[in-house]
Design a protein around this ligand. Structure first.
Ligand SMILES: NC(=O)c1ccc[n+]([C@@H]2O[C@H](COP(=O)([O-])OP(=O)(O)OC[C@H]3O[C@@H](n4cnc5c(N)ncnc54)[C@H](O)[C@@H]3O)[C@@H](O)[C@H]2O)c1
Length: 259
């Protein structure tokens, strides 16, 4: 029996990377999938290849969420996946001393405002049924400090906490609307291209990036999608307000601990 039969699932930032892998995994389990993204061309192509529906959506735009609500007034699963590091156009200072307020706000607008607006939409679109699953893609960076990407880390930490507020609020209302966060460490997606480059030293840069990861490799998008699938399904009906790490063991210990 497919695990998401009859469920309508909407995923943000689904044109590529983790979001697209989640869309594929959900569809393979019988869900009706709506892909959304700010990148209309890539999103439409991805949805066409999948046989799913695409709706353009900039998650930081409140009016766009309201327009979405009139198009899709009811939903069973929402994955707030869209996110940016701030390094999409190349290196810009994001450390606590040199980051500009404009850059700080740009990252928070997509990652945090986008997740807040997504959760608000989902609660309203799930409450009539009184059930649903909201899955927020945070990060390992939401659990530890990241000196070179302070805005990203701050926004992902706030997603972790807002997830718990949403979970408790929905439980207080007597709804079986669950809300959980997923915390991936390094997962190989196009997000890394700006940081790893495409030069001959890319394999060394990749290896250096995961040198402290106990499993010594990047994660795969399918591995994150498998976790999202669990949270979306009715196998997870007692899981809410939880944070699930998927990090190759990175957070299990400390690089500073004695061998
Ligand atoms: N890849 C990793 O190592 C990693 C680790 C931890 C967390 N994450 C998180 O996972 C999520 C997906 O990351 P990814 O690696 O697949 O990234 P990606 O860059 O490959 O894909 C992100 C997608 O989001 C879309 N997007 C960007 N801004 C948007 C906006 N304002 N509105 C709607 N869509 C927008 C992009 O067009 C793109 O399709 C992000 O929230 C990211 O922070 C990724």
């Amino acid at each position: 029996m497919p695990r998401l039969t009859d469920k309508l699932c909407l995923i943000t930032g689904a044109a590529r990377g983790i979001g697209l892998a989640i869309a594929k995994a959900f569809q393979a389990e019988g869900a009706q999938v709506i892909l959304t993204d700010i990148d209309q061309a890539e999103g439409e192509a991805a949805a066409a290849a999948l046989g799913g529906r695409f709706i353009p959506l900039n998650v930081a735009d409140e009016a766009a969420w309201e327009a979405l609500a009139s198009q899709v007034p009811q939903v069973d699963v929402l994955v707030n996946n869209a996110g940016i590091t701030g390094f999409e156009q190349g290196y810009i200072a994001h450390d606590p001393e040199h980051a500009s307020l404009e850059e700080w706000r740009r990252v928070h607008a997509v990652n945090l405002d986008g997740t807040f607006l997504g959760c608000r939409y989902a609660i309203r679109a799930m409450k009539e049924k009184g059930a649903g699953s909201i899955i927020n893609i945070s990060s390992r960076s939401g659990l530890v400090g990241i000196p070179g990407a302070a805005g990203y880390a701050s926004s992902k930490a706030a997603i972790r906490n807002h997830t718990k507020s949403v979970a408790l609020y929905c439980a207080q209302q007597g709804w079986a609307i669950r809300c959980n966060s997923i915390h991936p460490a390094a997962i190989m997606t196009p997000m890394w291209d700006a940081m790893l480059g495409d030069g001959p030293d890319r394999p060394q840069r990749e290896a250096a990036m995961v040198a402290d990861t106990p499993l010594k490799r990047f994660g795969r998008v399918e591995e994150v999608a498998a976790l999202a699938l669990l949270l979306a399904s009715d196998e997870a009906t007692y899981i809410t307000g939880s944070e699930l790490d998927i990090d190759g063991g990175l957070l299990a210990g400390s690089a500073a601990s004695p061998g």
